[in-house]
Structures are given as structure tokens and as C-alpha cells.
Design a protein around this ligand. Structure first.
Ligand SMILES: N=C(N)NCCC[C@H](NC(=O)CCC(=O)O)C(=O)O
Length: 445
């Protein structure tokens, strides 16, 4: 049986816009009210996904969410026809309308936490959608995320889907953005690393002062229980609160792992050496590579600006590892010099491939934010909804679909346009047919 890591990228939705919704995410705040280009955003994402498929990787796509979210607007008291609701919300509560229009589900690293069957007690692949309670616009994602994941991984013999955690700050959960897994071969039992920003029930524990810590240890522990992980294959690591206060709102902005490689910034964690020792002990192999990037080579500010750590480290069919980096890393001399040096250090990483995902980057989402990793075997892959898997035909079809339905210019003022709602629903209805997802959206029920 073959084992590998598949990446499921979020398809950028038709309402992709810059609304400045994420306090603590520097790019989101600094691009607030810029004009977006949803068509280019979707195409940039598709191009990256197709390139990985062309490299021989298993690559899937996850459908976007229904936005504007009329269901939430009704739930919070707006009434009338769809057009009346949009109009009233735009006048009376523009911030709420913006939250209900975000295409933020594109960052599927936040869709869920995934534990592969090699790690779980019952030998199934487990998914728990993230509740994303720290941000209003993201807290309305988990139910539909669960529907989309269930329609994509739709065979209960192999896949176990859990409900998202209770929607309360003690259980703040941001999914795979704060989770990584080290392993030998993908089918071996791995070590799952859960990185958290605060301990909700321990006020004495370190936490950031300026920006929110979006992930709690209580949430991480709950996920490990739900997924049936054992203590000897889980490690909980505290994020360094000082870097959260400098814009590192998720661990995947400062660290990324793949197989026997952990690539992280010197300032990423608290008690770093103890934690590395624990990982080494639980990993049980001597060939683990801890690649620590010192502040003297890359500052936190440069890491946040370029997303050096929001790169994907993938293992190619040849066994070599390559980094999938945003072009922003090429444009920063310190980071570019570091990446050029990295491939000469004798670690498993031997190449870097750059992709332009600037439409997403301007909202704080790099290549790694755009993907959900699912380590699996070929039997599990055969049980996945095959219409979600990237290939020449799906790439052509989705590009044509984007060309038909997406705008190339969207400002925050356009969000109340009833025509945008119609365009978005028409597009998503067609998408559920292309990807054979069934009725995953409220407007289809
Ligand atoms: N690092 C990972 N895994 N994901 C990145 C998520 C970016 C997202 N940005 C936003 O939601 C901005 C939306 C706006 O401002 O319009 C967020 O902060 O949750």
C-alpha cells in the first residue's frame, strides 16, 4: 500500500475582498479597503494547485462558502428580501455586512485539524472543523466546512468527522494552522505537534499583550482526545507570545514541518530546547532535522512580511523535498538569501519553487494557509470524492468557471450589490455540480 500526503486547497470564492477584518493579522489590517481582484485570486490559487499536481503530488480542491451569508444576516435580525437585507445591513451595520461577505474559507489550513489513520486509535482518518471563534467573519464557517469535508471525504469506513468544538473562547481553535505532524514514511505513526497561544484556564500562563492568541491549549487537547491520539505521539508547544504581538497570529506564520523536518524561527516557541528534546524522544529516530532560522538572518518582521514559514514543504515522488514559497520571499533580500543558502545545507530540502499568490497574501494568507494537508494511503484516496481531485480536466473546467462568474474588481462598497449575491450563488450552484458535492449550501436547501 502507498502512503503520501495530499493537499486540499481552498478555492477562492467570488467575494474575495479586503475588509480589514483580522485584528492581529498585519496584512489584513494594512490592506483594509484596498480593491481586490477575485478572478486573479482564484486563478493564482488554481495555478499553484495544478503545479503541485504536475509535480506528481495528490492535490484536491475544497469548495468555497456561500457569501454574502444571508443566513447569518437573518439570524442577527435583518429581514425582508435578500436585496432589502443587504441594503439595510450596508446602512445600519456595515461592519457586520463585511464580516458576512468574506471569502476567508479559502485558507483551508484553518478549515480543520486532520489526523491520519496511522496515528489514531480506531485506524480512521479524523477531521474536526475549526470553530474560529476569535473572528466573527471566520466563526460563521465551521458548519458549512463540516458539510464540505463530509462531501469530499464521504466514506465512513475510512473517514471520521467530528463536530467543531464548543463556540467559546476557552476552546478557540484555528485548525491545522497550529498543528503539524512529523513522521518517517507517511504511513508510519507520527508525532503530532499542537502549538497554542494561551492556556484559557490558567491565567498565570504566558499570553500576548497586544494581539489575541487565537488557539488555546484546551482546544488542542480536546482535538487530540477526539482523534484518539496517544500521549506518546502528541506534543503541546506554547507559542512565544512576543511574536504573536508582532503579527504571528498562527504558528504556520513562524514554523512548518514535513516528515523528519521541522523548519522554524528561533523565536517561534517557548521552552524551545525542552520541546525539541520531547519531539526527538517521541519521534524515536535519530534522523530528525531541526532547521532553526536565527533572528540574525531573518527578523520576525521579515518573516511576517514575506511568509518565509508559511511555505509548504512537500516530498516529491523522487523523495526530495521542495519548498513552495510565495514570490514575496524572492523580493526580500534577507529572506531570498536565506532560502538560497537553505538548499545547500545538506538537509532534505533541495529546491524552492516560487508562486505568485499576492491576492491572498494581501489578506495574510500564504501558500500554506491555502492548503489542508491530509496524509493518507491509496485505499483512502480511492474513497475520496474523485471530482474534487486536481487534474488537467478539472483545472480547465474550474478556470472556465472562474472566467464566467468572477469579477476582476471588487471594493468593500460593492458587497451590498444584490447582483453580487446572485452571481455568487449561480457560481456555487454550478460548482457543486462540477465537484458533485450535493447540496452543501444553505441557499440550496
Ligand atoms: N495562517 C493561516 N493559516 N491562515 C491565514 C488566514 C488569514 C485570514 N485573513 C482574513 O481573514 C482577512 C480578511 C479580511 O481582512 O478581509 C485570518 O486572519 O484568519
Amino acid at each position: 500500500m502507498k502512503h503520501f500526503e495530499a493537499n486540499f486547497d481552498g478555492l477562492v470564492g467570488p467575494t474575495h475582498n479586503y475588509a480589514g477584518l483580522s485584528f492581529g493579522n498585519v496584512a489584513s489590517f494594512s490592506n483594509a479597503s484596498a480593491v481586490s481582484d477575485p478572478k486573479s485570486a482564484a486563478k493564482q490559487g488554481l495555478k499553484k494547485a495544478k503545479a503541485l499536481a504536475d509535480m506528481g503530488m495528490v492535490q484536491g480542491m475544497l469548495a468555497p462558502q456561500e457569501r454574502p451569508d444571508l443566513h447569518t444576516l437573518r439570524r442577527i435580525g435583518f429581514s425582508g428580501t435578500d436585496a432589502e437585507i443587504l441594503n439595510k445591513a450596508a446602512k445600519e451595520a456595515p461592519a457586520l455586512l463585511r464580516a458576512c461577505c468574506s471569502a476567508s474559507s479559502m485558507w483551508t489550513a484553518n478549515a480543520a485539524t486532520v489526523s491520519p489513520s496511522a496515528d489514531t486509535r480506531d485506524g480512521k482518518l479524523h477531521f474536526t472543523p475549526a470553530n474560529l471563534v476569535d473572528k466573527l467573519h471566520r466563526s460563521i464557517e465551521p458548519t458549512t466546512t463540516g458539510n464540505i469535508l463530509a462531501a469530499t471525504f464521504n466514506d465512513p469506513r475510512y473517514f471520521s468527522h467530528h463536530q467543531h468544538l464548543p463556540e467559546q473562547a476557552n476552546f478557540g481553535d484555528e485548525g491545522a494552522a497550529n498543528h503539524t505532524r512529523l513522521c518517517g514514511n507517511y504511513g508510519d505513526k507520527g508525532v503530532e505537534l499542537f502549538v497554542y497561544g494561551q492556556e484559557a484556564t490558567n491565567p498565570a500562563a504566558p499570553k500576548p499583550k497586544k494581539y489575541p492568541a487565537r488557539q488555546t491549549i484546551e482546544a488542542s487537547q480536546a482535538i487530540a482526545r477526539l482523534h484518539g491520539l496517544s500521549e506518546d505521539n502528541t506534543v503541546y508547544i506554547s507559542q512565544n507570545p512576543d511574536v504573536i504581538d508582532q503579527g504571528v497570529f498562527h504558528n504556520d506564520v513562524i514554523a512548518v514541518g514535513n516528515q523528519n523536518v521541522l523548519f522554524y524561527h528561533q523565536q517561534a516557541f517557548l521552552n524551545t530546547q525542552n520541546k525539541l528534546d520531547e519531539i526527538q524522544r517521541k519521534f524515536g529516530r535519530s534522523d530528525v532535522h531541526f532547521i532553526e532560522v536565527p533572528t540574525s538572518k531573518v527578523s520576525i518582521q521579515d518573516a511576517v512580511k514575506t511568509y518565509l514559514f508559511n511555505t509548504q514543504i512537500i516530498t516529491l515522488p523522487s523523495g526530495e523535498m521542495t519548498i513552495i514559497a510565495p514570490t514575496n520571499c524572492q523580493e526580500n533580500p534577507a529572506v531570498f538569501a536565506y532560502l538560497n543558502e537553505l538548499v545547500t545545507l545538506g538537509t532534505p530540502i533541495t529546491q524552492v519553487n516560487y508562486f505568485d499568490v499576492k491576492q491572498s497574501m494581501q489578506n495574510g494568507g500564504g501558500p500554506a494557509c491555502l492548503r489542508l494537508r491530509v496524509a493518507m494511503n491509496d485505499m483512502e484516496l480511492a474513497a475520496v470524492n474523485q471530482n474534487t481531485l486536481m487534474n488537467e480536466a478539472l483545472f480547465t473546467r474550474l478556470n472556465a468557471w472562474v472566467d464566467t462568474h468572477y469579477r476582476d474588481r471588487l471594493s468593500v462598497d460593492d458587497l451590498a450589490d444584490p447582483q453580487l449575491l446572485i452571481e455568487s450563488r449561480t457560481a456555487l450552484d454550478e460548482l457543486t455540480q462540477i465537484m458533485k458535492l450535493g447540496s452543501v449550501y444553505q441557499f440550496q436547501k
